[in-house]
Ligand binder design. Structure first.
Ligand code: LLP
Length: 421
């Protein structure tokens, strides 16, 4: 049976390690469930991305929505990345983590006036607009502040990213972006928007894309649009190709970052613009795990269940996208395997991490690692069933630091007790 390992999470003497620390040592101080992140995975992924695009002018904006823990954002910022923020809340977090607004992009299909004003007040590098009405709104707000907003239209290139329908965003039927024809029309009428300086164009066609062809097709469309706009005398400066690069969760073999660069560099070169990227998952997914303890094992008929102490409120991806996350023991004590469901304690049948999965045989009390949980894990966690969200731990070499504590019961109440009617 396969073990999921990379240079940052690996087995040594049948124990799972994160960098220079045995996972079980971390858990004996924090308890379960707990998210554990490898700082050096994050850094090396960022460097690999940058290195792959060393041949062109480019900027990487870390998509904070994939993991917005302050220490994670800070790691990317300290290593030279900008940040792509999707809400006022992500903006707030990025600022607290040390990001400079001059290296921030404000994203989102429905930014409200407060968010646009926040971006403008702080002079973020660029605000994306996803509809004509939003362009009008940004224009109005910028004029009222007496400034010019730097804006890029997010174009919907109408290509099929071949990914889960919930995370596919570049088809005409999706809510995202502006059709190419309409975008051209808006750029053409740029003089109608004196509060806006159109500085670029943008796309993001989906997430967990594992083949190159959708990117190639979309980037070709974007580049030719860029050149058309340039020929209209509008001096754009950047071409933003978004994020979406797929990673390995199971035994799939997504393209490498070098393949990605080799495929799109010759296309974007035709525009001669600075190329922006907004990767999230590529930088974080395989840099994190969720560790949980088996509370009970049981069989119902011919099914075996491992009931663990983590649940869908901690990691929602299996429940809502049927996403695969490899599940493996923290201590490999047996080479025997069994077919089992790994399920949480929440009162929903959708509360599972693995179904009918061949896994290493374990017993109650054992620790399991749910792999590839560094992206869209903790950021999508909730307090459903009044469960406290887990702590987050950042490992750096042979040191580990709790960078967010397990929530307290008081946190669950927030201010309700005082407000009780
Ligand atoms: N830029 C924009 C405008 C985005 O909407 C996203 C992700 C990204 C960049 C980063 O995409 P990435 O490189 O991480 O694929 N919760 C889902 C994923 C939702 C992605 C939303 N947008 C999941 O767990 O799979």
């Amino acid at each position: 049976m396969n073990l999921f390992e990379n240079g940052f999470f690996f087995y040594k003497d049948n124990e799972l390690w994160c960098e220079g620390v045995p996972v079980k040592d971390i858990i004996s101080s924090t308890g379960t469930p707990a998210y554990i992140y490898s700082k050096n995975f994050f850094i090396s992924s960022l460097l690999a991305f940058r290195e792959a695009f060393a041949g062109i002018e480019s900027e990487i904006f870390y998509a904070a929505k994939s993991n917005f823990n302050l220490s994670v954002i800070k790691t990317f910022v300290q290593n030279g990345a900008g940040v792509d923020v999707n809400s006022a809340g992500e903006f707030y977090r990025a600022i607290k983590a040390g990001a400079k607004p001059s290296k921030m992009i404000l994203t989102g299909v429905g930014k409200n006036a407060e968010e646009i004003k926040l971006g403008l007040d702080h002079d973020v590098l660029m605000i994306k607009a996803e509809s004509r009405e939003e362009v009008e709104s940004i224009n109005r707000i910028a004029l009222s502040l007496g400034i010019k907003a730097r804006v890029a239209l997010r174009v919907n290139p109408d290509v099929d990213a071949n990914t889960h329908p919930y995370i596919s965003t570049g088809l005409a039927e999706n809510k995202f972006g502006i059709r190419i024809e309409e975008a051209l029309d808006i750029y053409r009428s740029h003089k109608d928007y004196p509060g806006i300086d159109f500085t670029g164009i943008d796309m993001h066609i989906g997430s967990q894309i594992t083949t190159l062809s959708p990117f190639i097709e979309a980037v070709e469309r974007l580049t030719s649009l860029y050149n058309k706009i340039a020929s209209m005398g509008i001096p754009l400066q950047h071409l933003d190709v978004g994020g979406g690069i797929g990673v390995r969760y199971s035994d799939e073999e997504p393209f490498s970052i070098k393949d990605f660069a080799a495929a799109i560099t010759p296309i974007v070169k035709k525009a001669g613009a600075t190329v922006f990227f907004e990767p999230g998952r590529f930088l974080t997914a395989n840099g994190g795990i969720l560790v949980t303890r088996i509370e009970y094992t049981k069989t119902n008929g011919n099914k075996t269940f491992y009931v663990v102490d983590s649940a869908m409120n901690d990691l929602l991806r299996p429940s809502i996208y049927s996403a695969y996350h490899h599940v493996q023991p923290v201590t490999l004590s047996s080479k025997e395997t069994i077919k089992a469901d790994v399920v949480g304690p929440v009162c929903e049948s959708g509360d599972f991490f693995a179904k009918d999965r061949e896994i290493y045989k374990s017993a109650s009390g054992d620790l399991l690692a749910i792999m590839s949980s560094g992206s869209y894990g903790m950021v999508m966690a909730s307090n459903y069933n009044a469960r406290r969200r887990p702590p987050e731990i950042l490992v750096d070499g042979d040191k580990f630091t709790v960078v967010r504590n397990r929530e307290s019961y008081d946190h669950l109440l927030f201010d309700e007790e005082g407000l009780m009617a």
